[in-house]
Ligand binder design. Structure first.
Ligand code: ZN
Length: 135
């Protein structure tokens, strides 16, 4: 397993490869169910709402608000710089994901803060989506 900046990097699978390919292209992507229109994250082989396997990928604008967050001041790995912020983001296009929030000052982060996705180039294959505070 590759590690970047103290972060164990994901190894894309057949299921998650479209997500990581979109990240490399600078787009946040989300699965979409053709049967019930639900957006699905993390990627699954079938819709958790209606069990349809008619899933496709949609680009997301990657903007949303912080639903909840925690500031990690003691990392699980000694090579990961602290503090860092893990948050659940409610995306404006109707889905949620958990990810990191890049903020110079963790005290500036609030529930309800507006964020937009950015991508950190961790390797040739993995461009990590992170969220940054926006006005
Ligand atoms: Zn569905």
């Amino acid at each position: 397993m590759d590690v970047w900046n103290g972060i164990p990097l994901p190894e894309p699978s057949e299921l998650t490869a479209p997500f990581w390919a979109a990240c490399r292209a600078g787009t946040l992507a989300v699965q979409h169910c053709a049967a019930c229109a639900r957006r699905i994250f993390p990627p699954l082989p079938a819709c958790p709402g209606c069990l349809s396997r008619k899933l496709s990928w949609l680009p997301s604008p990657g903007r949303g608000v912080i639903y909840s967050f925690t500031v990690v001041r003691r990392a699980a790995r000694p090579d990961r710089p602290v503090p860092y912020i893990i948050a659940t983001i409610d995306l404006d296009d109707g889905w949620s994901m958990t990810g990191n929030v890049a903020a110079a000052e963790p005290d500036a982060v609030r529930c309800g803060s507006a964020v937009a996705v950015r991508f950190l180039v961790a390797s040739a294959e993995i461009h990590l989506p992170v969220f940054a505070l926006i006005d």
